[in-house]
Design a protein around this ligand. Sequence first.
Ligand code: SAM
Length: 269
Amino acid sequence: MHWFQPGQATPEAERQQRGGISMTGTTPNVDTIICGDCLEEMKKLDPGIFDCVITDPPYSSGTRKEGSKGIRKSMCRAVDDGDWIASDCLTTNGFTWLMRNCAVEWKRVLKPGGHVLCFIDWRMYSVLSGAIESADLRNQAMIIWNKTFFGMGTHFRNQHEIILHFTKGMGSEAQRHDVGNVISIPPIRGGVHPTEKPVELIEKLISVVVPPEGIILDPFIGSGTTAVAARRTGKHFVGIEQEPAYCEIARKRVAAVPASLSKWCENFK
Ligand SMILES: C[S@@+](CC[C@H](N)C(=O)[O-])C[C@H]1O[C@@H](n2cnc3c(N)ncnc32)[C@H](O)[C@@H]1O
């Protein structure tokens, strides 16, 4: 397989070889990091082309009191503050609105039987679950990411995050049957993004639900972990990220994955 650099123009014949993407719409080339607001950018994607959405939105769960979620006493979708991840200071209402609107787009752009795997924590999982369900996606399971050792907390200290699994309709056939719903992989320490996820964890998720040559959408791609995992496992991706600095980091990380590695990993998954 020939790999394209992210953002590089792809001739129709080659693109069709790589998954039969519709040429009639405005979908950008696959294997691309798009810099922009995912709600705006997802509207430009063709319907029914993705095998899976794997994403890690800002959880907006930073505080215990709704009134103190905003930075400098404001509640807002984006802030001009480098220390704050965009959209991470939303109220529960704001988060619900954002995720429900995302889920409507996910349902539209997924193939029938396509999958959604969405990260969240214990505080906001029920809100996220309701928002996704309201877009008529089918609730399949809750996967626990066991970080293998605990972090902050008082009585029972935090050791896990949650990945919600939804499908468009019944859900396509599993690619393998040997993965349980508790996945134990240590977290990233000192990564390039404050909430960077381990590539190995995303690769494990991909290996269960994405067919060979499948296409993955990550509308909150941050530093590009989903794209790196897609490329390493011989899959295709479209990533969207609002912050230009992270778009640049994501593009560099993807470009650094040797094309030959994708086939190697596919053989040894
Ligand atoms: C939790 S982080 C994802 C981190 C990623 N999993 C990684 O490994 O690097 C969420 C990302 O979504 C981005 N974001 C927030 N709101 C967005 C929006 N409306 N459209 C696109 N990206 C957005 C943030 O800038 C942030 O980088």
